[in-house]
Design a protein around this ligand. Structure first.
Ligand SMILES: [Zn+2]
Length: 95
């Protein structure tokens, strides 16, 4: 059975497969844009949380694990610095 949904952008009725990626057949606008942005936002927050959580040194960590986390945080910092430097170079010398 096909479900129809009214497009919030143009007001036309369009086929809705209940997928977040479904687009309006009339204007090609996402039928449920809030769902997608909320999902992306949540995933991004989760990713940052996991990343930070991994870099945090815990009381229970042994010597090896502390070394791994310290190395990871150093690499994390270097990577961020390279990204920043790259962006800075591109934006400064592109004109
Ligand atoms: Zn539409």
């Amino acid at each position: 059975m096909k479900t129809e949904k009214k497009c919030s952008n143009c007001g036309a009725w369009t086929i809705w497969k209940k997928q977040p990626t479904d687009r309006c057949t009339a204007c090609n606008e996402l039928l449920d844009p809030t769902w997608l942005s909320e999902k992306t936002e949540r995933e991004e927050k989760e990713r940052i949380f996991i990343e930070n959580d991994f870099l945090r040194i815990r009381e229970t960590d042994g010597f090896g694990m502390r070394a791994v986390r310290k190395t990871a945080s150093v690499f994390h910092f270097i990577f961020a610095a390279i990204t920043w430097l790259f962006l800075w170079t591109v934006t400064t010398f592109s004109g």
